[in-house]
Design a binder for this molecule. Structure first.
Ligand code: C5P
Length: 398
């Protein structure tokens, strides 16, 4: 692999030399990039000698003006070790004032960050918020270890050991291409059903699970059509985003885009009811009680179940109780191949970064996945979906 090793300015910078040596030993090509602050701790020559390549330090030193773009384009993985609090803040906010942060913005592949800093800096809400942003962006974070820190304090903040970081780089760089040639249609987020021109009813769905699925599918080589209700998170790079507002709009867009899709995942929290007749004008406030009449919305998943053909159809069941039973029931009634059941109501589910789910499969099997990030759960769902398709095809003698 071609690896960019970014080194930012912390006392742990000297340990990055060991990481460079290890990556070289594993047969990778390593291009070291140092920030000015890193150079206060270690000489660029150390990395140049270990990697056999001139260490890049200054944006204005490379042979051609767009050096950062070509370095970014030619590489498979970007690992930054140590990643200081300052550097993570820059990455989180897209500041690109030096060579390393510019490469970061120009780089489209997997990013591994190994933070190291003083324990109070690590625990600071600003650092934790930046970390969360970077995690949500899909970057691999190699957590710092707890122990004695150079500043004399004890706690989390010590750079993870080079072997752990090298293993994370190998995992991040292992390209999965098992969805290449596949079109995956995913619905995500809530729907909003108008009550009048200025009001609506909706639900607490954040869209994070559906977006994590979209990101996982893109990174495994799929073409992804993401039909999304209103959410406050950005669409993952590389997906075709189709924004919708209501259940009826979502239904129409799903069927418009269904043809090429081999896998359909309905992660959206579609409203179950909408107003039978939406007033043209804003409803005036009065002292009187008002009664609204709702009709059921189209059940998109059930409709898909009736005309799915060979497609793999995956639905979600967000439940507050009897998870497995409900998941199995929906599997049957909506003619799905898999129902991803998740308990909502505690600290998991809507809005949270993590999830814990049970997969009910058409084969009768139920697979429980332990608590993990929504991105990791997304990959497990695709792993199981591909296995399931293989099993179903084998059962049909195809
Ligand atoms: O029956 P319930 O709404 O709990 O089922 C949830 C599953 O059905 C989800 O996959 C959701 O996206 C889908 N659904 C739908 N259309 C609706 C309601 C739910 O596709 N109107």
């Amino acid at each position: 692999m071609k690896i960019i090793l970014g080194v930012s300015g912390g006392i742990a910078a000297y340990k990055a030399a060991e990481l460079a040596r290890l990556l070289m030993q594993q047969g990778h090509e390593v291009q070291a990039v140092m920030t000015d602050a890193a150079r206060e701790f270690v000489q660029p020559l150390t990395f140049s000698a270990l990697t056999g390549r001139k260490t890049l330090t200054n944006m204005f030193e490379v042979e051609h003006a767009i050096g950062h773009i070509s370095v970014a384009q030619e590489s498979d993985v970007l690992v930054i070790a140590p990643a200081t609090a300052d550097l993570m803040a820059k990455l989180a906010h897209g500041l690109a004032g030096d060579f390393l942060s510019t490469i970061y913005l120009a780089f489209t592949g997997p990013v591994v960050l190994a933070p190291a800093m003083n324990v109070n800096m690590w625990n600071h809400p600003a650092t934790q918020a930046n970390l969360e942003t970077l995690r949500r962006r899909g970057h691999h974070i190699v957590e710092p270890e707890s122990g004695y820190l150079a500043c004399g304090m004890t706690g989390p903040g010590r750079l993870a050991n080079p072997e752990t970081i090298a293993a994370a780089v190998a995992r991040a760089g292992a390209k999965r291409t098992d969805l290449e040639g596949e079109t995956v249609l995913i619905t995500a987020g809530p729907t909003q059903e108008p009550l009048d021109p200025v009001r609506y009813i909706s639900n607490r769905s954040s869209g994070k699970m559906g977006y994590a699925l979209a990101e996982a599918a893109v990174s495994r080589g799929a073409r992804v059509i993401l039909i999304s209700g209103p959410v406050s998170i950005p669409a993952p790079r590389g997906v075709e985003l189709v924004p919708v507002q209501t259940a009826v709009e979502m239904r129409d867009k799903v069927f418009e885009n269904l043809e090429p899709a081999g896998i359909v995942i309905k992660a959206a929290a579609v409203a179950d009811f909408h107003l039978s007749k939406v007033p043209d004008q804003k409803v005036k406030k009065t002292a009187a009680r008002i009664t609204l009449e709702f009709d059921p919305t189209p059940d998109i998943l059930a409709e898909l179940g009736r005309q799915k053909g060979d497609r793999l159809l995956i639905g979600f069941a967000a439940e507050t109780q009897n998870l497995e039973r409900e998941a199995r029931r929906k599997l049957e009634t909506k003619n799905c191949d898999m129902i991803v059941g998740n308990l909502v109501g505690g600290d998991l589910g809507f809005g949270s970064e993590d999830n814990e789910v049970a997969l009910a499969l058409r084969t009768g099997e139920v697979i429980s996945l332990p608590r993990a990030s929504k991105r990791e759960i997304a990959d497990r769902i695709f792993d199981e979906a591909l296995k399931l398709r293989f099993a179903l095809q084998a059962a049909h003698g195809r």
